[in-house]
Ligand binder design. Structure first.
Ligand SMILES: [Mg+2]
Length: 108
């Protein structure tokens, strides 16, 4: 995580993103939606594994960039990750209405 974070932090510094629209979360949400659309196209159009990996990396970089933009450091991300991980590991897996399986906090 630390290496990725520092790399994206360097990217933000190189392109002087601080205090510009580049670090504005509303702008970044649009970028995320755009990249999610690209991933959706790669998957639904049966693009190559390499292309699907690249689109996932675009999303990963943007998400790490969100943390950089909000001044959320590696330690805070690490704490939040493991806190959430504990929660998801306590979830259950069920077959839902459409026949797909989901892991979630199902309410009885
Ligand atoms: Mg892309």
């Amino acid at each position: 995580m630390k290496e990725y974070y520092e790399a994206i932090e360097k990217f933000h510094q190189k392109f002087e993103m601080k205090d510009t629209n580049n670090e504005d979360m509303n702008f970044r949400l649009n970028l995320l939606i755009e990249e999610l659309g690209e991933l959706a196209q790669a998957v639904t159009k049966g693009k190559s594994r390499e292309n699907i990996i690249e689109e996932n990396i675009d999303l990963l970089n943007l998400i790490i960039g969100n943390f950089v933009s909000m001044g959320i450091g590696v330690d805070e991300i690490d704490d939040a990750f493991w806190k959430k991980y504990e929660k998801i590991m306590d979830r259950t897996k069920k077959k839902v209405n459409n026949g797909n399986y989901r892991v979630s906090e199902f309410k009885e």
